[in-house]
Design a protein. Structure first.
Length: 180
């Protein structure tokens, strides 16, 4: 069975994604000129976006990862946030850029921002490739985002459904019969 058959339509091609990531990297490079930010990736969905974004940022920087979940095995946030992997580095006095694949309900990022601010960073900003404001439940806004997306279940480029589809090189809308 091919994963392609599960995709209703392609929303963003591989080329469109690369162009947008390059644009985001250039903006971050400009905004953080003279600084050494630490990028904190929210696993697992961020890993493809973050790898490409890091190559598009022309600054000395550091990376770290956190694993945070509010979804479990479902398609909507449970509202209960769990940290399953914490930071390895001290972020006190640092400029932190949280890297997220998609800003959906905002519940996870709202929790994460508060959690990180208790560690006294100089600043905390969010970069996300996709913003889905129609689903927002928490008052979170991305400082940098690539595309606003419709209220549809999207997969590919690191985004998954039940741990599948992350390896698609584009973003597609998953057919509803796959997850209903």
């Amino acid at each position: 069975m091919s994963m392609i058959n599960d995709i209703e339509r392609v929303l963003f091609s591989q080329q469109e994604l690369q162009s947008k990531v390059t644009e985001l990297g250039a903006r971050i490079t400009e905004d953080y000129a003279g600084k050494e930010p630490i990028f904190v990736g929210v696993l697992k969905g961020c890993f493809v976006f973050m790898a490409d974004l890091m190559r598009a940022v022309n600054l000395p920087c550091q990376i770290d990862f956190m694993a945070v979940s509010s979804y479990g095995k479902g398609t909507t946030s449970s509202g209960e946030v769990q940290i399953t992997k914490d930071l390895s580095y001290d972020i006190a006095g640092r400029d932190v850029i949280i890297v997220e694949d998609i800003l959906d309900s905002g519940v996870t990022l709202n929790y994460l921002i508060g959690y990180l601010k208790h560690r006294n960073p100089r600043s905390v900003r969010i970069v996300t490739l996709f913003d889905k404001p129609s689903r927002r439940k928490a008052p979170v806004k991305a400082d940098y985002y690539g595309y606003e997306v419709p209220d549809a279940f999207i997969v590919g480029y690191g985004l998954d459904y039940a741990e599948k589809y992350r390896n698609l090189p584009y973003i597609g809308i998953l057919k509803p019969e796959i997850y209903e």
